[in-house]
Design a protein around this ligand. Sequence first.
Ligand SMILES: [Mg+2]
Length: 430
Amino acid sequence: MKLSEIARERGIRFFLIAYTDLFGTLRAKLVPARAIDVMAEDGAGFAGFATWFDMTPADPDVLAVPDSSTLIQLPWKPEVGWLAADPWMNGALVEQAPRNVLRRLVAAGETQGLEMRTGVEPEFFIITPDGQAIADGADTQAKPCYDQLTLMRRFDVIAAISDAMEALGWGPYQNDHEDANGQYEMNWDYAPALVTADRHAFFKYMVRSIAEQHGMRATFMPKPFSTLTGSGCHAHVSVWRGGQNAFKGDDELGLSPLAHQFLGGVMAHAEALCALTNPAVNSYKRINAPVTASGATWSPSTVSWGGNNRTHMVRVPGSGRIEYRLADGAANPYLLQAGLLAAGLDGVAHARSAGPRLDLDMYVAGAAVEGARSLPLNLLDALRAFEACAPLRAALGEAFVSSYVKLKRQEWDSYMRHLTAWERDATLDC
Ligand SMILES: [Mg+2]
């Protein structure tokens, strides 16, 4: 059915044709329903340079061609339909575009009969509109995690988002107050990687929009407050073959050899993966962080894995899946999935070993583990590791990697030109 017919049937007056750029920002055009069929064919035109793409003002239009299977009627404004789009230029898919990168990886998995399915756990803060403080001034406990009173004080916002996910068929199943004051998490069912990435991109937009409607603001910034726990975006990953969970096995954790090889790839390329799953300057204030006001950071500092133990980079919470705990709220929804898939498939292709499982509290005993690799201490180190990682370069594509690293290095340079109050305090009297 044509999108114009769907529009008539469902009362959609406008469509947002949207793509996610390299830095994770959703870019969109608002198209009246009368024009949607032409746009669906030819794409909506964008100046790529005006967004976070490695392009110049002289480049021709990026044409964002909507994927009609992604249609979401905004639950809070059903007259608008949202469509994830694939960027094209000069008659070819834009290789650096994150959704295109993920689709290539998904297709590569399919050629081996493998389908990655993921559930993401995005944490976020609800803050004041000026971004300076958490919105709930009464949310001050040292251990606020799962606090019923503060959770219910935000019922109107949380329920609106949860109801929206229910209406969209995502299968929401739990919401909670997280470990930092002002921090929340909402969970919905896992799905194939591309579906989850589209939903994750929309979720971030939806949470911000609904918070704004209630006079507040939501942020997925990894570490908005230095003494509080940061916002992670854990990813629960399994790989399926022929409709069966191929991660399920009969070792002591319930994992298969395939799961161990996939994990081996994630472990082997962990430092490089940080460039994608921890992509902000601020990301490195969440990992490698000192103990927070609640007593733990809940984020890893070392490349390690364990059983049902939250102090490791990868946890095996139960049979048939692994939980990648490194990613944070700044992760681009498409590049998070693409990075995991690229690393995991490389692990499978080379039958990589994940190394020994560690059954210890890494927050206490981590420093004593011989040979444990530390995670990058800043974005520049992560970008250097990413540039040097030949398997990820090959899997993600040279065009994407070089463009991504170029723009991210520019961001790092911009940060380095910024003089901080700390520097003045520490150095004025040198
Ligand atoms: Mg959490």
